[in-house]
Design a protein around this ligand. Structure first.
Ligand code: PLP
Length: 392
């Protein structure tokens, strides 16, 4: 069978399982509204939790830096692609999060694979939560290290895996906030385990920064932990910071080792300097304008209270990610389409992003949603969830 035939057969199987993905074209964006396939929709699927992607200071920083540096960085960081804007971002982030050093990379996927492929080898052992983001699993797999995974949030199981590990290079790795469930890892427990078994604790806080912690510095701040207790923190910048790329925060010797030998960093064009300037501006806004973070917390409270009163079966979550389980792919797709008919964009999350039978609507809340938007969402959800025509 030719490659084309094989691919076509696989696409057909995907379509039959209702797992075919379609890229919807979003047009202009105004606050939380955007046009999608010609319809104006209110977006509840965005990771721009604080609305920083459209914050005037962030947009201006991006535009001004593009005027200064041009658009692309035109080289990897070690050749000619490391600009003053990158250096400023790394210095600002290290200081803000309380780490010795920072490395700004092109994406969260790249950051996590770079760390794990570089710092682990065949003699190492990596212990991970089963629901960690795909790039943490991929990074560990590609490193050749022994990878063992504990049932979601089961810290006793995490401890028992660490206890059994026979290596002097043990990593314990977790999301801070789980991307499809919205629940938080027990970082205090993970930190105690890491200490007991001399493991390096690595946290990916893509969905915690901007959302959790007293001043929005994320899950590590919320757990009251220090840089010494979480020696590797990854902050992808495409969520609450409204930009792109990722910050790796750690001690200077670890950052230097990554600069010297992390292949995904060395052999990849450095992110645009204008993006580095925009992310720096976003970090400054996070510090100087706490109202966005506080407003998001209020929106989360308003939504969860209204959803509970309306009897909507949400998964327990206190973060911006609020999952509503559909079960089957067919039902998740039906709900998503029915919501679009009501002016709401909420994409159906299906396998392989989640396990079979766990399809869902992943509702994301932002500081830009207004009380009327939340009311509209809850009313629409009650209608679609109660729709007796929906497939089982
Ligand atoms: C927990 C987590 N880590 C890493 C990533 C990857 O980050 P990026 O989109 O910057 O590659 C994502 C999101 O896509 C994520 O949800």
């Amino acid at each position: 069978m030719s490659l084309a035939d094989r691919l076509q057969r696989r696409a057909l199987e995907r379509a039959q399982a209702q797992e075919l993905r379609i890229r919807r074209v979003h047009g202009t964006r105004n606050g939380m509204h955007s046009t999608c396939d010609g319809r104006l929709l209110l977006n509840f699927s965005s990771n721009d939790y604080l609305g920083f992607a459209q914050h005037p200071a962030v947009v201006t920083a991006f535009q001004e830096a593009a005027g200064t540096y041009g658009v692309g960085s035109a080289g990897s960081a070690l050749v000619s692609g490391f600009f003053a804007a990158h250096e400023t971002l790394e210095r600002t982030a290290a200081e803000l999060f309380g780490y010795e050093a920072c490395l700004y990379t092109g994406s969260g996927y790249l950051a996590n694979t770079a760390i794990l492929q570089t710092l682990l080898d065949v003699r190492s052992h990596c212990v991970q939560d089963k629901r960690n983001h795909a790039c943490l699993l991929d990074g560990a797999r590609h490193s050749g290290a022994r990878l063992t995974r504990y049932p979601h949030s089961d810290t006793a199981a995490a401890e028992s895996l660490c206890a059994k590990a026979e290596t002097d290079n043990l990593f314990l790795v977790s999301d801070g906030v789980f991307s499809m469930d919205g629940d938080c890892a027990d970082l205090s427990a993970l930190s105690r385990i890491a200490k007991r078994y001399s493991a390096t604790l690595m946290i990916d806080d893509a969905h915690g920064v901007g959302v959790c912690g007293k001043t929005g510095l994320g899950s590590v701040q919320a757990a009251g932990l220090s840089a010494a207790e979480v020696p590797l923190l990854v902050v992808p910048c495409g969520k609450a910071l409204g930009g792109q790329g990722a910050l790796i925060l750690s001690q200077a010797s670890i950052i230097e080792a990554l600069i010297q030998s992390a292949r995904p960093y060395l052999f990849s064009t450095s992110p645009a300097p204008a993006m580095a300037a925009a992310v720096t501006a976003a970090l400054n806004v996070l510090q100087q304008e706490p109202e966005h973070h506080l407003r998001l917390r209020q929106t989360i409270n308003d939504f969860t209270r209204a959803a509970k009163n309306a009897g909507l079966p949400l998964l327990p979550s206190s973060t911006a990610i609020q999952p509503l389980m559909a079960g089957s792919n067919a039902r998740a797709l039906y709900w998503s389409e029915a919501l679009a008919d009501r002016g709401i964009w909420l994409s159906a999350i299906r396998p392989p992003t989640v396990a079979q039978g766990q399809a869902r609507l992943r509702i994301t809340l932002t500081a830009r949603h207004q009380p009327a938007d939340i009311e509209h969402l809850v009313t629409a959800l009650v209608e679609v969830v109660g729709d007796t025509h929906a497939p089982a």
